[in-house]
Ligand binder design. Structure first.
Ligand code: G5P
Ligand code: MG
Length: 214
C-alpha cells in the first residue's frame, strides 16, 4: 500500500499516519520530521532548511526531492509507505511521478484532510510532541496524563517552534497557494479520498479506513 496524506498544517496528517503505520505495517515518511531531525543534528541540510521553516515558508523543491529519492530506496519501503506532507507543490508532485515511473510503482490513494482554518490555530497551539518517540498529543483533545511527559515512553514533551500564531498564519497561506493545486493534480488522477477531518481522532481514523477500503 502506497499512500499520500495531504492537508493543512495541523490537519492531522502526523496523527493519522501513526495509526496507518500499525494498520498497514508500512513506514511513515514525513518530510517535516526528516527536516527537524536534520536541524537537531545540525547537518548542512538542517541549517539550510531551518531558515525557511522558522518563517513558515517551504524548503526548496530540489532539496526535498533529493531527500525523498534517497528515502524511497530504503528497504523498509519495499512493501509500501505513507508520504506525510509531501508532495506540497506541483513541481514536487511531478517529480514524484517521474520517480515512481523509474521505480515501477504507483500511489494507491491520496488522502486529503479537510479542516477549516479556524480550527487550525487551536489545534496547533495545543499540540505537544514527544522528543523521544514522536507521539503526538493535544492538551485539549488528546491530553497526556502529565503535560510534560509522554504516556508511552516517559520522554519529554515539547512544543514545535513553528507553532506560534504568526508562523501558523504563514504556513496556512502557503498551503492555500501552493499545496491546494496538488489536490487537483491527484483529483485528475482519480486517486483522492476526501476526508472531513473536523471530528475526533477516532472518527477520522474510521473515515480513512472506510474510504480506502471502498
Ligand atoms: P510539517 O512538519 O509537514 P505541517 O505544517 O504540514 O508540518 P503539521 O503541523 O505537522 O503539518 P499535521 O501533521 O497535519 O500538522 O497535524 P498533527 O500533528 O497530526 O495534529 C495537530 C494537532 O491536532 C495535534 O495536537 C493532534 O493531537 C490534533 N489532532 C489531530 N487530528 C485531530 C482530529 O481529528 N481531531 C482533533 N480534535 N484534534 C486532532 O512541515 C513543517 C515545515 O517543514 C517544511 C516547511 O517549511 C514546513 O512549514 N517542509 C517542506 N517544505 C517543502 N516541501 C515539503 N514537502 C515540506 N515538508 C515539510
Ligand atoms: Mg505533521
Amino acid at each position: 500500500m502506497r499512500l499520500l496524506i495531504i492537508g493543512p498544517p495541523g490537519g492531522g496528517k502526523g496523527t493519522q499516519s501513526k495509526f496507518l503505520i500499525d494498520y498497514f505495517q508500512i513506514p511513515q515518511i514525513s518530510t517535516g520530521d526528516i527536516l527537524r531531525e536534520n536541524i537537531k543534528n545540525k547537518t548542512s541540510l538542517g541549517i539550510e532548511a531551518k531558515q525557511f521553516m522558522d518563517l513558515g515558508k517551504l524548503v526548496s523543491d530540489s532539496l526535498i526531492m533529493n531527500m525523498i529519492k534517497k528515502r524511497l530506496n530504503d528497504t523498509d519501503c519495499n512493501n509500501g509507505y505513507i508520504l506525510d506532507g509531501f508532495p506540497r507543490t506541483i513541481p514536487q508532485a511531478k517529480g514524484l511521478d517521474k520517480l515512481l515511473q523509474e521505480m515501477n510503482q504507483k500511489i494507491d490513494h491520496a488522502i486529503v484532510m479537510n479542516v477549516p482554518d479556524n480550527l487550525i490555530v487551536q489545534r496547533l497551539s495545543n499540540r505537544r510532541t514527544c522528543k523521544s518517540c514522536g507521539t503526538l498529543y493535544n492538551l485539549l483533545f488528546d491530553p497526556p496524563s502529565n503535560i510534560k511527559k509522554c504516556d508511552r515512553c516517559g520522554g519529554d514533551l515539547y512544543q514545535r517552534s513553528d507553532d506560534n500564531p504568526k508562523t501558523i498564519k504563514q504556513r496556512l497561506s502557503i498551503y492555500h497557494e501552493q499545496t491546494k493545486p496538488v489536490i487537483n493534480y491527484y483529483e485528475d488522477q482519480n486517486i483522492t479520498k476526501l476526508i472531513d477531518s473536523t471530528g475526533t481522532i477516532d472518527e477520522i481514523k474510521q473515515s480513512i479506513i472506510k474510504s480506502i477500503s471502498n
